[in-house]
Design a protein around this ligand. Structure first.
Ligand SMILES: [Zn+2]
Length: 182
């Protein structure tokens, strides 16, 4: 018997179609997608390839043999566990337009992921209103529209967040007094 299914967190088993990126100290260090057939996770080498799979997730779900040399029989090369913090992207996020970069940053307290787009001229656009004005001010991108961008933040997989970070921060600061004599 193998235990591949158990190596994914319960959360990921609920959403077999989602893709994930793994973050460490708020920087994404790896990308992975889950096979729609065997539910194993496969590491994806580049962000571009990851985005290709992510934007087609409903129309063309990922399966292992889309990766050269892989089949569902091959054991998972990564699992969603607490060795890294994982964030789970929504499916079908549009592929980032040429020259732009979608940046996701995990907040230091693990409360939230922020999404920004870096424009070809180096501006960081933090939300839809900013993108509306950017596109208006840059007619060279009039082939793009808001639907080419997605500010929906990925979901943090709670089971992979370090336990100390899950405690209520307010509670922690109240308890910081020395307690050696009590
Ligand atoms: Zn598979």
């Amino acid at each position: 018997m193998d235990n591949q299914a158990e190596s994914s967190s319960p959360e990921t088993n609920k959403t077999p179609k989602s893709q994930s990126s793994m973050t460490s100290a708020s920087v994404i260090v790896a990308f992975a997608v889950q096979c729609n057939n065997c539910y194993q996770w496969r590491k994806i080498a580049t962000e571009e390839q990851f985005e290709d799979f992510r934007c087609n997730q409903t129309a063309d779900p990922f399966v292992c043999n889309k990766l050269p040399g892989f089949t569902c029989e091959k054991p998972a090369d990564i699992s969603v566990d607490s060795s890294q913090v994982w964030v789970m992207d929504k499916p079908n996020i549009p592929k980032t337009p040429n020259g732009f970069k979608r940046i996701t940053t995990l907040r230091g307290n693990y409360s939230k992921v922020d999404v920004q787009y870096l424009t070809p001229d180096g501006k960081k656009i933090r939300g839809t209103p900013g993108m509306v004005s950017y596109l208006q001010e840059h007619p060279e991108y009039n082939h793009l529209s808001l639907s080419d961008f997605c500010y929906e933040a990925p979901k943090i997989v709670r089971d992979t967040v370090p336990k100390h970070a899950l405690k209520n921060p307010a509670d922690r600061s109240r308890r910081r007094k020395k307690r050696s004599k009590s």
